[in-house]
Design a protein around this ligand. Structure first.
Ligand SMILES: [Zn+2]
Ligand SMILES: [Zn+2]
Length: 214
């Protein structure tokens, strides 16, 4: 973890999806990364610690990352929701966000802003750059804070694994390119917080990830 940056992780719902609350240590302003099923837990933590979320960022729009957007918005009306432009429509489309497959259609309120590759976002913790890292899904993003040495990588890469590419809209070739050209290109000590499983570092995955060699 970058010094002075607080990253609280919550592993929620039937797919054990990681959601994060990010802020300067001791500060009350924060932002949220992804909102899974059972996001009541995130709302409770925000209330308990008297935190004020400034934005909800979605790494991509698969159901297990967006199912709790409504829950969070009910607790924090008007909280801006941001997602990559390629998956804006998936929030309202259970076929696209894969929830129709499981027979429990999930939709989320529309996004307030769409994100694009290379954009810099001014949020708690400093400047967060949007890196478009498609492959697991067409609008997957990585949020990278250079100064803090931290990246939220969504379902692009996991500790010792990579995101699934057997769903509609997935492409292994595209994911491989995203990982090689965007994620492996980050400084080696960058700490990566994925959508599932434990955190890892760019170095560790470059050296040992069996799916995408550097
Ligand atoms: Zn996913
Ligand atoms: Zn996921």
């Amino acid at each position: 973890m970058g010094s002075g940056l607080s990253v609280q992780s919550f592993t929620l719902g039937p797919f054990a999806t990681n959601c994060y609350i990010v802020r300067e240590q001791g500060a009350s302003e924060c932002f949220i990364v992804d909102a899974s099923f059972e996001s009541e837990e995130i709302v409770a933590a925000l209330g308990r610690e008297k935190l004020t979320p400034k934005a909800l960022l979605l790494t991509h729009a698969h159901a297990d990352h967006i199912a709790g957007v409504g829950t969070i918005l009910r607790a924090f009306p008007g909280l801006p929701v941001w997602i990559h432009s390629a998956e804006e429509g998936w929030l309202l489309d259970p076929e696209a966000n894969l929830s129709a497959l499981g027979g429990m259609p999930v939709t989320a309120p529309p996004a307030d802003r769409t994100l694009h590759d290379g954009e810099n976002l001014d949020l708690p913790g400093g400047t967060w750059r949007v890196l478009h890292t498609p492959g697991h899904s067409p609008g997957g993003i990585t949020l990278w804070n250079k100064e803090r040495g931290v990246a939220f990588v969504g379902d692009a890469i996991f500790a010792g694994s990579i995101g699934r590419t057997d769903f509609p809209g997935c492409s292994f070739q595209q994911l491989e390119r995203s990982i090689r050209e965007k994620i492996y290109a980050l400084p080696g000590e960058t700490r990566c917080y994925p959508g599932h499983g434990p955190a890892t570092t760019v170095n560790k995955e470059r050296m040992s990830n069996p799916y995408v060699r550097s």
